[in-house]
Design a protein around this ligand. Structure first.
Ligand code: FAD
Length: 808
């Protein structure tokens, strides 16, 4: 049997080696137009960025190694010019000598791939306008950089464009990305793509969305002017065109093979073309999309590989079928990883396939385990039977694992009911006991069964009318950071007691930051007779969808990098998984231990820490040596000469005074959160506990002290210490109070006990009002250790020193 293969990279080389493993006696000849065989085209951008430093490691095989191991005849620099299917011959041109000859086959396998698109626009022929497909392309780009290129414009925000932007940036070039659409990475829905926009901007990539390149001109300095549709001109040294690929079908077309509607070579499930002796695989062929049930083109290496194996099997007489593809893909964009599988909403809309979506924003592993970082997962499923239709995952860590589970679910035609039951590996460094995949299953099942129906940010625009009531159940402080227009804020913990404020004649859409509290609110509402939906993904998804970054030049990154002295003590502080003010408190603790000249390196996962640490450094006169925003926030701070003493010592304007009058749990928590935040910011704090506020400081359990009958009665009626306090509202026989404690735990907010302890440990002054102690019969022995006693003068003395006085 004589087999000719056209193309010696992903599909061609894979098919050839599989054929050899089945048919030792087959005569296999591979013609390759280029100079290299079996190279890692997916690694090309990373060699440009010197992430893969060794060029040779991209070249997986050579014609000689293929000959010696597999006994192939490999002809590089040989282009197959035409096919004669009737005679089963091909005409080949030796590109080195221009000699042409004919060769015969029993079977022909085409794997010619796809070509980068070079649009026919003004100036396209200018030097330094590159595409990237193979090793010579890569070498040309590297040589342009080495000639001193300082600026690059990447046209196209797909996989290759994004990888190129990152790698050119690694090489120190100032990079602009121009994308015709309103988003990069169209495998993602716009809400999910906005995280990518942010990552690009955070890494100083200038992003021009909705801008078309209309031409190029050379300027007088010899640079290229990129002309955009808005009239803007970008001056650059190099241009990378990454606006897509077109399948190499001319050879097949001229041989009379059928070309499919999507423009790729038409093949059946055996990878056979319209001619039974000619097979085709890879980027050049049409594939059946398993979700939409139609043919399309998906130029990905994994697909080419699988198809090649199927084609080889069939040529060698082993019946084999290729069922179709999902387009599962993943790409790294600086620190962010973006992955998707199946159909996205654009494709489903085009095909008029109904769908629903659920979005969650979990940590990739247990929040309390160091290095926790947030990811965003979107699941798309059919509204009735809950069949999984697609998924998108964006985040920093563990993204590949999540997408691969979801891709496997899709391949196995799983439903959202199945996702609930997947038993996935868990230990704190890897995931959560309730894996996000299970959570997605629960949420989607709750949605389609009507237990807690969801609404997504795309449908929300149809609900901004009088028939709907948008209920924001976040705490008022969170609302300060932004809200959905015309929404009504009623914090979850007050919902039960304020149900009368919610209109019964409207459909309620509840939302919180990420979706969980919105869901809890929705359940309260539904059980009280309301018609309620929860906004999938909460305000975070709303923001991602509607607060798309501007498409003009923006510098988001405020990365500050300065030389670090080498010979100083460095303290490492891990504050990952802690919510504000947890990271600041940890930092404060480290600052108080460190000596002048020493360095503190802190890592936190709370995104707010990026800004907080800058204010912290300013207010404590610390030197911010380095600040990085990636999957976590990393900062290095130096304790500068005499600054520490200055900043940690008492200073009048640094004084904060809080009068704690109430013994309501929520008010006490608020008081101590403010106190800890203030301490962390280097302020001095005095808390004056009077009347009911004294109960916050009481020890738990019975303390043997002498009391008269009235004092005893008072003592019995009042709560003994922080654990016995209840909410000012919505206590609900302990349910509401329990829920707040649970929420604090799940959001890694310290308990009241811990907050009190850290206030004392961090130097906060807690003063028990002696007058109130006498009136209420509370004795010194009943109070926690470290509490001072004092009168109103002590309070007023401290209050006079500062400018912040609070009464809680
Ligand atoms: P190719 O691998 O392109 O091989 C086709 C070969 O055929 C070429 O070498 C060509 O010279 C030769 N040829 C064409 N016509 C003739 C002819 N008439 N005669 C002789 N020879 C001919 N995919 C992923 O899944 N993940 C990634 O991360 C990824 N990254 C990529 C990064 C880059 C920079 C590029 C360019 C592609 C990337 N891809 C990635 C896509 C992936 O490489 C392709 O999907 C895959 O290589 C397709 O395999 P193929 O065999 O169809 O074509």
């Amino acid at each position: 049997m004589k087999i000719i293969i056209v193309g010696a990279v992903a599909g061609g080389a894979t098919a050839a080696t599989r054929l050899r493993r089945i048919k030792e006696e087959a005569l296999i000849t591979i013609y390759e137009r280029g100079n290299y065989v079996s190279f890692a085209n997916c690694g090309l951008p990373y060699h440009i960025g010197e992430v893969i430093s060794n060029r040779d490691s991209l070249i997986l095989q050579t014609p000689d190694s293929l000959k010696s191991i597999f006994n192939f005849t490999v002809k590089v620099n040989h282009e197959v010019k035409s096919i004669n299917p009737n005679n089963k011959t091909v005409k080949v041109k030796n590109l080195d000598t221009s000699e042409e000859f004919e060769d015969t086959y029993d079977y022909l396998l085409l794997s010619p791939g796809s070509q980068p698109i070079r649009p026919d626009i003004k100036g396209i022929e200018l030097p330094n306008i590159f595409t990237l497909r193979n090793i010579p392309d890569m070498d040309s780009i590297i040589s342009a950089i080495s000639r001193g290129a300082k600026k690059a414009v990447v046209v196209g925000g797909g996989f290759i464009g994004l990888e190129m932007a990152e790698n050119l940036h690694h090489q120190g070039l100032e990079v602009s990305m121009v994308e015709m659409l309103d988003q990069v990475l169209t495998s993602l829905d716009p809400d999910m793509a906005s995280y990518v926009h942010q990552e690009l901007l955070d890494n100083d990539i200038k992003l021009f969305l909705g801008e078309k390149v209309e031409g190029f001109e050379k300027n007088t300095e010899g640079q290229i002017e990129v002309l955009l549709s808005s009239g803007r001109r970008l001056t650059t040294d190099v241009v990378i065109l990454a606006i897509g690929v077109k399948p190499e079908v001319v050879l097949a077309q001229e041989a009379g093979l059928t070309i499919g509607k999507s423009g790729g070579i038409l093949v059946n499930e055996k990878m056979q073309t319209s001619n039974e002796f000619i097979y085709a695989v890879g980027d050049a062929v049409e594939v059946y999309h398993l979700v939409i049930g139609a043919s399309t083109r998906i130029p990905l290496a994994g697909i080419a590989n699988k198809q090649a194996r199927v084609a080889a099997n069939n040529i060698a007489g082993l019946p084999s079928t290729y069922e179709g593809a999902l387009g599962t893909s993943i790409v790294k964009v600086f620190n962010l990883v973006c992955a998707s599988t199946g159909a996205n909403i654009r494709l489903l809309d085009q095909c008029q396939i109904p769908y629903k979506t659920a979005v969650i924003h979990p940590y990739q592993h247990a929040g309390y385990y160091p290095g926790a970082s947030m990811m965003h997962i979107k699941l798309i499923y059919s509204p009735v039977e809950g069949k999984v239709l697609g998924a998108q995952v964006v985040g920093f860590d563990g993204i590949d694992k999540k997408i691969d589970v979801l891709a496997t679910a899709l391949i196995n035609k799983a439903t959202v009911y199945d996702l609930q039951n997947y038993e996935l590996a868990y230990a704190p460094p890897f995931s959560s006991a309730r894996d996000p995949i299970n959570s997605l299953g629960f949420i989607a099942v709750n949605d389609i069964t009507g237990f807690t129906p969801l609404i997504d940010t795309y449908s929300l625009k149809n609900c901004l009318n009088n028939n709907y009531f948008l209920l924001d159940v976040r705490n008022p402080e969170e609302v300060l950071a932004g809200k959905i227009p015309n929404s009504y804020n009623l914090p979850l913990h007050e919902l039960r007691s304020r149900l009368n404020e919610i209109p019964r004649d409207k459909t309620i859409i509840s939302y919180c930051k990420f979706g969980l509290r919105g869901y809890l609110a929705q359940r309260i509402l539904i059980q009280n007779g309301f018609n309620a939906y929860n906004l999938s993904g909460g305000y975070d998804s709303f923001q991602a969808h509607f607060s798309q970054p501007e498409t003009t030049i923006r510098r988001f990154s405020e990365t500050i990098t300065m030389e670090k002295p080498l010979t100083t003590n460095t303290f490492k502080v891990n504050a990952c998984g802690l919510q504000c003010p947890g990271p600041l408190m940890k930092l404060k603790e480290a600052v108080s231990k460190a000596q002048v000249g020493e360095i503190i390196e802190i890592e936190a996962s709370d995104p707010g820490f990026y800004k907080d640490v800058q204010s912290f450094a300013t207010s404590l006169n610390l030197e911010l040596l380095n600040l990085e925003k990636g999957k976590t926030i990393k900062a290095s701070l130096k304790i500068s000469d005499s600054k520490k003493e200055e900043t940690l010592s008492t200073s009048y304007s640094n004084q904060v005074t809080i009068v704690v009058f109430s013994n309501d749990l929520d008010k006490a928590i608020a008081a101590f959160i403010i106190a800890n935040g203030a301490l962390a910011m280097g302020k001095n704090i005095s808390m004056f506990f009077t009347f009911w506020g004294l109960n916050v400081l009481r020890k738990e359990g019975k303390v043997a002290v002498k009391k008269n009958i009235i004092e005893k009665m008072f003592g019995l009626m009042m709560p003994k210490g922080s654990r016995k306090l209840i909410l000012s509202k919505m206590h609900m026989l302990g349910m509401g109070t329990g829920m707040i404690k649970w929420l604090m735990k799940s959001y890694n907010v310290d308990s009241l006990d811990t907050l009190i302890k850290s206030t004392i440990d961090n130097g906060g002054k807690l003063i028990a009002c002696t007058m109130s102690m006498n009136l209420m019969g509370i004795k010194r022995e009943e109070l926690l250790e470290g509490i001072e006693e004092g009168g109103v003068a002590t309070y007023l003395g401290d209050a006079e020193k500062g400018c912040i006085n609070l009464f809680i």
